[in-house]
Structure formats: C-alpha cells, structure tokens
Design a protein around this ligand. Sequence first.
Ligand SMILES: *Cc1c(COP(=O)(O)O)cnc(C)c1O
Length: 332
Amino acid sequence: MHLAAYPRVRLGHFPTPLEFMPRLSAHLGGPNLYIKRDDCTGLATGGNKTRKLEFLVADALARGADTLITQGAVQSNHARQTVAAAAKLGLRCKILLEERVSGAGPEYDESGNVLLDRLLGGEIVARYPAGTNMQAEMEKLADALRGDGRKPYVIPGGGSNPVGALGYVACAQELLNQSFEQGVRIDHVVHATGSTGTQAGLVVGLAAGNSGIPVYGISVRAQRDIQEDNVWRLVQNTLDFMGLPAAAAKRSDVVANSDYVGAGYGVPTEAMIEAIRLTAEHEAVLLDPVYSGKGMAGLIALIRAGHFKKGENVVFVHTGGAVGLYGYRQIF
Ligand SMILES: *Cc1c(COP(=O)(O)O)cnc(C)c1O
C-alpha cells in the first residue's frame, strides 16, 4: 500500500493522539479503553472528514476546480469541514442541507455547525426536506455553475467514496504505527459509522495490512444489513481504486451494529446522553450527540454485556462533532 502515490493537501494536524482512558476504563470495569483523537484533526474544530478532505480536495485541485459542492444534514460536521477546507485554499464552497431531523428547535437550525458554516464563508444554497435526492440536487447545481463558466467539484455526502476513504486507510496505518511505538496491542477498534467512508477505509487499512484487528461500526442511521452492505461496497471499490486484490478484505471483516440508533438519525437517546456525560466527567473528552455519543453508547452497552474480555485493549475512534452539542443544548 503506497498512499504517497495519491495527491493530498495538508489540512489537519496529524498524527492525532492515541490516548488511554484510565478513569472511564475503571468506571466501566471492562477492557482497557483507548481513544484515537480524530476530534483533534485541527480544521475549524476538527473531525473525521478532515482526513477524507485531504485527498478529495487534492483531487478537486488536480481537476482545476474553483468551487466545492457538498451536502449533509443541517448539523453536518462534514459540510462544516468542507467549508473550512475551501476557506483555507481560497475555493468557493456551496452546501446543501437536508432537514433530516424534524422539530429539533432553533439552536439545531442555527447554532453549532450552521454558525460555523457561515463564519467560515460557506454559502448555504438551500435547505431541503428530509428524503430529497441530495446527490441529484448537487448535480443540478454543478450543471448550472458549469453553464456560468465555473469549475465545480461535487463531494458526496460524508466524503464517502474511494478517494475520501483513503483518509481512513491512512488513519489505519497511523494507528498501527502508534500501537507499535506505544507498545499497545490493539484487540478491537470501535467507532460510529454513517456514510461509510471511515469504516471502509479502516477495514481496508487494517485488513490489507494483515493486522488481524477487527473493526466494529456502531450505526447512527441505517439498519445493520444495509449498513454492512454499504460499507462492504465501498471496501471493494476502494481496494479496486488502490489496485489491491479483491481478496485483501473479506465480507466478514465488515461488522455493523444498529441497536443504538434509537428513533432515527440525529434523534437523541438516553444511552447517548449517558455516554456523553460519562466520557466528559471521567476523561474531559467531549463527544457529540449524533455520532460519537451514540458510538460510545454502543461501546458501553457491549462492555456491560461482556462482549470484550478483561485485559483486552479497545480503541474508540473519536470522529469529532462536539460543535453539534450547541445544537442540542436543551437535552442536557
Ligand atoms: C461523519 C461522521 C461520522 C461517520 O463517519 P462516516 O465516514 O460518514 O461513516 C462519525 N462521527 C462524526 C462526528 C461525523 O461527523
């Protein structure tokens, strides 16, 4: 695997720290919990999309783009990091927001990521009702811009395509290096999974690197089979894109659990609130209500159910998003 062969722009602070969580581990009484601080990637409050954007924006520049277009939920961390990447590189950025969470209130609609989108100079083109074909809306906008002589580059929701997934192939390599440097044998990697690029990249990086480390995705939206199929499709496409053998990863390497979604994407659950409180009070680490809070809720439930052995080392990948807390003030 030769990641230096792909164009990359530097947007973030890497490597992100790999830290032990002694107080949370002791409180839960299960495995040793470590945290990979991808909330600290540094791009306008950071998050996992920064790694993907280093490859996606490099591809956009290589194609002569002058405008980035992307889409996400109203409190999209991906949209905010894309706007930030555009600001840093002097590109224009247009974002399309889907009202995927209904009746969340004025802070959800205007604070958190939305406030930062505006501050960073992003243009919120429009808000669309839940269920809109957002990819089609982005293509329409791109066509209109091309008609005006502009050079748009469309980034899919969550930056999840083979180019974006390279960011998490790189993260897998970074994690293996840290595991070696710190003398920490990693037994499991757990994280929140949504648009699939994070999990697909980690699976490619860890499986094709023959690490033997299993990746466990906690779904924040789709039901288990659908999520696993979507991740698996991107794993295969990423292997193909990288010129790696299709057999470098197996279908069984893709594991997702959708038991912690609750009523739907972005809808709070009691377990998410407990997970955010416990992690804040024991480790001073801020999780987010939509992704990492539900991911940690899933990890805590698995620990309580005895899924991990005592003495095992579990790495939770903190994918960022704490800015979204300001959109959810009332639930705390
Ligand atoms: C986008 C996002 C995720 C999910 O990552 P995917 O690559 O979309 O699966 C997890 N956590 C946060 C905070 C995110 O913004």
